[in-house]
Write a protein that binds this ligand. Structure first.
Ligand SMILES: [Ca+2]
Ligand SMILES: [Ca+2]
Ligand SMILES: [Ca+2]
Length: 434
């Protein structure tokens, strides 16, 4: 019978299907997706993902993921390129070594420009701190041939960057939002506009509001419908406050002239890092997801392009645990957001699909909740999400195993989700089998 199944696949299809589903379910519990870099043992803070074409152009949904690698001999900004949409196979490489600095790959943001080249902006911190730009021809970025990779440090007029985000401007050149600090002096939110593809030529550096030196420890930047930068950030007045969610809408490529539009929208929860995500809805209006007061997950879907008029109120999305470390959002073809949100209290990651454009009505759907029974395992403190062309949500997230003093194991997993659940990726996995 068993031999017959192997020889007569079709005749035993049901048995094979059952076996495969059992295997897939077992694998799902153990792995919760595909691990991106199986050689490294400690990697994955600051994950940032885009979806790219295959070399042959046959698919357009291959994850390309930037992160910090902390593994011995591989420390620095690293990239994993998935060779299939489910990342069953991936190539990984450290692109910018830590060198003499304390860390590299911090707050990395990966982007693809109109020509298809890959741009990664990240920080080296501590000794040898620098705001770094890495550019590679897509094919050359990981494991392929092509134009050489360019590495560059951006010369800052003042201070050092402590948080950043980046976008490709409507002129095709990079623009960076940064929170700067000079020693113990906070310099607030800045916009750094490059005049060439790798920011080698002098850049335009604009301090947004000198009276708000604590602003910008939380940042997310996009290019708005106007073609100019829009930045959702933590606008902070005093050291003890949580700060507020503010949206800066620039009226030029570099946010110069002290004539940008600023609207303050809501209180922000107390964390630093990437707990705010800004995207454009299909109608061109900003949508902002963030952790608000009392660690509530909130979404503001603005009813105009700059969130003006004091009528852009947040909706609170019920979550299983308080949200306070990482929030990542993308918007599907219908304009409905999906959000990955991390809870420090329970070390868990919740994947939520909204059933309307503003996540209103407290009736959003949790597709999955990644939570280990082992209290030493933290899931999703760094996470990124991107919808593919058919509105499946690609998720990359870090798991962190605290295994005692000096024994930390971090990994990045990729999984694909729809509103009905993340386990549905395994039906893709089955269909993809010969
Ligand atoms: Ca301006
Ligand atoms: Ca409004
Ligand atoms: Ca709803």
């Amino acid at each position: 019978m068993r031999q017959g199944c192997i020889e007569e696949y079709r005749a035993c299809r049901t048995i094979w299907l059952t076996l495969l589903l059992v295997l897939a379910a077992t694998t799902a519990q153990a792995q919760e997706g595909s691990e991106l870099d199986t050689v490294s043992t400690n990697y994955g803070p600051y994950v940032s993902m885009i979806l790219v074409d295959s070399f042959q152009g046959s698919t357009t949904d291959l994850p390309l993921v930037a992160y910090e690698n902390l593994s011995l001999g591989r420390q620095g900004l690293a990239v994993s390129r998935c060779l299939d949409p489910l990342c069953r196979e991936a190539l990984s490489q450290t692109l910018d070594n830590r060198g003499s600095s304390n860390a590299a790959g911090v707050y990395s943001r990966i982007l693809q420009d109109q020509a298809g080249d890959i741009l990664i902006v990240h920080l080296k911190i501590g000794v040898g701190a620098a705001l770094r730009v890495v550019r590679c021809g897509f094919a050359a970025c990981v494991g392929g041939m092509g134009s050489p990779t360019t590495l560059n440090s951006i010369a800052l007029d003042q201070g050092q960057a402590v948080n950043i985000d980046a976008a490709i401007g409507s002129d095709g050149l990079p623009v960076i939002a940064a929170s700067l600090r000079d020693g113990i002096t906070d310099l607030g939110l800045w916009v750094i506009k490059c005049s060439d593809a790798v920011c080698e030529q002098p850049t335009t550096q604009t301090r947004i509001d000198p009276s708000r030196p604590l602003s910008g420890r939380v940042i997310d930047m996009i290019i708005g419908d106007s073609g100019f930068p829009q930045i959702a950030f933590q606008d902070k007045e005093s050291a003890g406050s949580n700060g507020e969610v503010a949206l800066l809408s620039c009226n030029d490529l570099a946010c110069t002239g002290k004539n940008e539009t600023l609207h303050v929208l809501d209180d922000l929860g107390g964390s630093n890092g990437r707990i705010i995500d800004l995207k454009l809805s299909p109608n061109g209006n900003p949508v902002i997801a963030y952790a608000g007061l009392s660690s509530t997950l909130r979404v503001i879907a603005c009813n105009d392009p700059v969130c003006a008029g004091d009528d852009d109120a947040p909706n609170i999305i019920p979550t299983s645990s308080p949200i306070n470390q990482a929030v990542a959002m993308d918007i599907d073809g219908q304009g409905h957001p999906a959000i990955a949100a991390h809870s420090q209290a329970t070390d868990s990651l919740e994947i939520i699909f909204c059933n309307d454009a503003a996540c209103a009505g407290q009736d959003e759907r949790t597709a999955d909740l990644f939570q280990s029974e082992n209290e030493d395992i933290d899931t999703g403190a760094w996470v990124d999400v991107v919808f593919d062309e058919v509105d499946r949500l690609q998720v990359v997230y870090q798991t962190y195993e605290r295994a005692g003093a000096g024994q930390n194991f971090r990994s990045v997993y990729s999984i694909r989700c729809v509103a009905e659940g993340c386990s549905l990726v395994f039906s893709d996995r089955f269909q993809a089998m010969p």
